[in-house]
Each structure stands twice: as C-alpha cells, then as structure tokens.
Design a protein around this ligand. Structure first.
Ligand SMILES: Cc1cc2nc3c(=O)[nH]c(=O)nc-3n(C[C@H](O)[C@H](O)[C@H](O)COP(=O)(O)OP(=O)(O)OC[C@H]3O[C@@H](n4cnc5c(N)ncnc54)[C@H](O)[C@@H]3O)c2cc1C
Length: 408
C-alpha cells in the first residue's frame, strides 16, 4: 500500500497521542483524526492516579503530558468526549462509527482504546465504591479518602496495592482482600508476592489473602464488605482493583480478530489490512515469549507507537506484507508503594525460580533474578536501579543462570 492519506486513531490517551506525535515526527502530513472517550484531555500520566494524585502530592494540571499548544501544533482533528461504537471494513475503506451518530472514513484505523476496569460479579452501585482507571475516578476516590475511616481494597494487584499504600500513608485503616495467597503473585510469583505482603503488613495494612468477596453491604452508601467466609469488614470507602479488560467491545462484528485484546503481529498489524492496534487494548506477538502478549504497562506503549507509525508511513499496514519496523524492546515496568520503587525488566512467569541476589523480601534493596530452565528470564530491583541495569543485558540475552563464572 502507498503511504495512506489519512489515519484515524481511536483512543486519545498515551497510545493514541504518542502515535499522533510519532506520525508527525516522521513527517507524515496526512489527516489524523483522534476519537477519544474521555471528556477532559486524556493524554495524562495515568500512572500517578493511584499514587501522588491520591496522596495530594500531585494535582491534575501536573499530570498532562503535552500542553494545549503542543497538541494544537500536531494539527489533529481531535474529537474528545466521543466514543467509537463500531468499525466497518467491508468495502476495503474503513469507517468508524461514533456515538454522536457520525462516522469517520479512513485509509488506516489504529485501535488505542486501552483497558477498562473489570467489574465485580456482585452489585456495586453504592456511594463510596469506586474503580480506578481515569482522572475523574481518581478525583472521586481522593474526595472520599479525605473523610474515610475504613478503606477496603478489593484485589491485591498492582493498582489495588498502590491504592492501599496511598491510603495507608494518609493514615487510614486499610484492608486488602484477595483470593490469591500473596499480592501480585499471579504475575510475579510467590517469592516477590511475599515481598509485597511484608512491605504492606510492616506498615499496618491488613491483608485478607486467600479470601473471596461475596458482596457489599449498605443501603445508599457502602458500610461493609461481606467475605465468602461470612465475616463482614467495616468499610466507608471501597476501591475495586479487579484488573483491566481490553476495551474492545466496540469492535464486535468488525472482523478484527480479538482474543483478550486485539491480536497483532510484532508490528502492530491486525487480521484486517489497514487496521493496527497498540497499548493495553492490543495483544502483540512477542518473539521473546513465543506467543502473543497483552501488557498493561506504561513502558510498552511508546515503543509500540514508534513501530506502528513507521509502518504506517511506509504503507506497510497489512500483516501478510513485509513490515519495515518490528518491536524488539525488553518488557519492563515499575510500581511505587510506600516510598519504594520496584522495577522489573524481562518476562517473568509466576512459576519461575527466583534467586535473591541482595537484600531481603519486604525491604528496600531487594534484588532478584527470575530463572527458567537454567536461563535468566527477568530481573527485579527495589530501590536499586543500578543493579537492575547490571542485570538487564543478561535478561535480554536469556543468559545461563547461575552464571558459570560464579559471578552474580
Ligand atoms: C491507576 C493506574 C496506575 C498505573 N500505574 C502504572 C505503573 O505504575 N507502572 C506501569 O508500568 N503502568 C501503570 N499503569 C498502566 C498504564 O497507565 C497503561 O499501560 C497505559 O495507560 C496504557 O495506555 P493506552 O493508551 O493503551 O490505554 P489508556 O491509557 O487506558 O487509554 C485508552 C483511552 O481510550 C479511550 N477509549 C476507550 N474506549 C474508547 C472508545 N470506544 N472510543 C474512544 N475512546 C475510547 C479511553 O477513554 C482512554 O482515554 C497504570 C494504570 C492505571 C489505571
């Protein structure tokens, strides 16, 4: 395909706006339309919503990643507060339908709709009950946190643990409930999960692990959380952190292959020529994992935007054609809890062995390497960025572990 004349991006947050920036950086002069569901500017640092924004160390204005002028300079047709409701690719030319009844025709469509909070399997329509995905969600949690006494967080994943740490550092009584035996252990495994359990318990968070939630108690405002073992926890603020689901409902019937995210090759191209996807909504093929992987971490999005932009500009937008750019970045993420920063590079499996090289679980200074079949798969460091850099190359190369020269 020749260089497309216009591109429509659905989703105006990190993925969508990074792509728009990359297209212009590469000199793309065609039309770029961005359809974004959030009413406010959506290109903000979402990672602060569970951290400094909740504790009051950051204000909304400081989270925006571009000024109004920088956005204007991109020369976009920006449609904020508008939700895409469907995608038609029947005629070869793509058409995105929008919730105001309009439709947008495009040579290339890029899906950057991220993920939505997973809803609980019980009624949760009470005041004082929140999920946390958007700036407005976070401001609502912050308002309730100001007067809350008993905070209960449902789900000990990344966002649940960060919210718990923020609420606890504000002096609230905090309980975290999760079916798993340790926080984040479905992703990071039991050893590192135990690190986070110790980190929280040492600062007074109550962890109800291996326990399910049967439902919420309250008439108009939440007053408690009923556990599956029959106990009821007092709660005047409940934050539901049951993870994210890819925001891909609007693609139903479009012909784009969706399976826990939009299925893409390692160049971001979907099953439909001229439709690409990136960010939390997408599941890119990972040569490193040997399978498609959907990641909900910030660091993956910008490299994907660069790859997608390079392929669009070159007209390489069909998965059965050659790509000019493919993703080869080492996965990485961070999480901040109780003033500690945990960073990870690589692709750990919760079943991997974990070799602790320095420090101890629950403490700042912990450095660990994940290994599988005698090879390093990931490295993790708590407040030890230099140690992480030292081990990054070993992980990238899948180096034998333990190292044969005895060095660690
Ligand atoms: C509270 C929180 C804390 C986080 N902390 C960390 C962290 O510490 N470290 C880390 O690595 N990652 C963190 N993340 C993850 C990181 O923010 C995401 O990986 C990143 O935001 C993904 O960018 P995205 O553009 O793909 O999706 P999103 O940022 O989710 O943006 C998607 C956008 O698409 C819009 N949209 C959805 N459906 C439609 C539709 N039909 N039509 C139009 N627009 C639509 C949404 O409204 C949204 O604005 C955190 C996420 C959250 C929510």
């Amino acid at each position: 395909m020749a260089r497309p004349e216009n591109v429509t991006i659905v989703g105006g947050s990190l993925g969508g706006m990074s792509l728009a920036q990359e297209l212009r950086r590469l000199g793309y002069e065609g039309g770029v339309t961005v359809i974004g569901a959030e009413r406010t500017r959506a290109h903000y640092d979402r990672t602060q919503l569970s951290k400094d924004l909740l504790t009051g160390l950051a204000e909304p204005e400081s989270l925006y990643l571009m000024t109004e002028e920088e956005v204007a300079d991109l020369g976009l047709d920006l449609r904020t507060g508008r939700r895409a409701t469907g995608l038609s690719v029947a005629t070869g030319r793509k058409s995105v339908t929008v919730d105001d009844g309009s439709s947008v025709e495009a040579d290339v469509v890029v899906i950057a709709t991220g993920s939505a909070a997973r809803r609980p399997p019980f009624p949760a329509d009470l005041r004082g009950v929140h999920v946390l995905r958007t700036l407005n969600d976070a401001l609502a949690v912050r308002t309730d946190l100001a007067t809350a006494t008993n905070v209960v967080v449902l789900g000990a994943g990344f966002i649940g643990c960060e919210v718990a740490a923020s609420a606890r550092s504000l002096g609230r009584s905090v309980t975290v409930v999760d079916l798993q035996p340790a926080p984040m252990c479905t992703v990071l495994g039991p050893v590192v999960g135990n690190h986070f359990a110790q980190l929280h318990r040492a600062r007074g968070t109550v962890l109800e692990l291996g326990t399910g939630v049967a439902g919420l108690v309250g008439d108009d405002h939440v007053s408690g959380v009923r556990l599956t073992d029959g106990r009821v926890l007092d709660a005047d603020l409940v934050v539901i952190g049951f993870g994210g689901v890819p925001a891909t409902d609007w693609l139903r019937g479009s012909g784009v292959d969706v399976d826990n995210g939009v299925v893409c090759d390692d160049a971001g191209r979907t099953s439909v020529a001229g439709v690409l996807a990136l960010g939390d909504a997408a599941r890119w093929h990972s040569p490193r994992h040997g399978r498609p992987v959907r990641s909900e971490h910030w660091n993956h999005v910008s490299p994907q935007a660069t790859v997608v932009a390079e392929n669009i500009v070159a007209g390489a937008v069909a998965a059965d054609g050659e790509a000019v750019s493919r993703l080869d970045a080492l996965p990485s993420f961070w999480t901040d809890q109780f003033g500690t920063r945990t960073q990870l590079v690589g692709a750990p499996d919760p079943e991997d062995d974990v070799d602790i090289l320095a420090g101890a679980p629950g403490e700042s200074g912990l450095v660990a390497v994940y290994t599988r079949h005698g090879r390093a798969t990931a490295a993790l460091a708590v407040d030890a960025p230099r140690a992480l850099i030292r081990h990054q190359a070993l992980v990238a190369d899948g180096a034998p572990w333990p190292r044969t020269n005895g060095a660690r």
